[in-house]
Design a binder for this molecule. Sequence first.
Ligand SMILES: [Zn+2]
Length: 279
Amino acid sequence: MRKTIKSRAAIEGIGLHKGRPAGVTFLPAEGPTGIRFISPLFKEPLPARLDKVAGTIRGTNLSDGINTIYTVEHLLSAAAGLGIDDLDIELRGEEPPAADGSALPFATALLKAGMREKPEQERRILDLSGRLEMTKGGTRYLAQPAKTGVFFKLTYGHDHPLVGQQTIEFALTPEEYLVRVAPARTFGFSHEIEALKASGLALGGSLDNAIVIAEKEILAKGGLRFVDEFARHKLLDLIGDLALAGLALKNVYIEAERPGHAGNVNFAKLLLEEANGKP
Ligand SMILES: [Zn+2]
């Protein structure tokens, strides 16, 4: 059965890329409509679906051909991590608020709104019959059937000595997602940040909503939340990007090595093709 939320919940803040005031309101969705963005600027709701992905640089962006929504993956991750299938997200401004750089504020707001099951509506489940693997450049993805549950193994590495290689193994349930994945914050390397700002991105970025990895130190407000916070954030992103396939994960094992948004989206397309190929 599909799941939505019981009541509405709102979050305000500033947008990561444009740095201007931004807000979202989560609204219950009556139909099996998936996750959609709505705004007075849009003619019709913009579904968070693979065919609407317009860019994967520094985040996953959606577009209806006229309007672009930046950095949707943290919102989507919160919804998918909590097992929500249908949700309308009303947008104020051009992008969701950056919040604290993690998915926790979104997940907390969704939980506060309460969960509502819709017994009359069926979920579309990713039902794998065998192994699916995708390798490109230094990235590798694998999905295969598993006994009971949804399992992830993700490896992230960087040659920066303060990052090194981190691996996270995770069995997805809403409770575990909330504690082990949702709080992991986004991060950037200090040498990239000036270039991003010069190109008009990350204008709202600060230590309030990101971890900055400098040459000799890691700048994180309140310190790192996990020793492997980078790998956990990559997992948060992966869960958000996979949600674009509109498939509920069940009894599956997913592995990702050095994943990024472009690879995540391509892998989600592969999973959806597999699901579409089934009678
Ligand atoms: Zn992210």
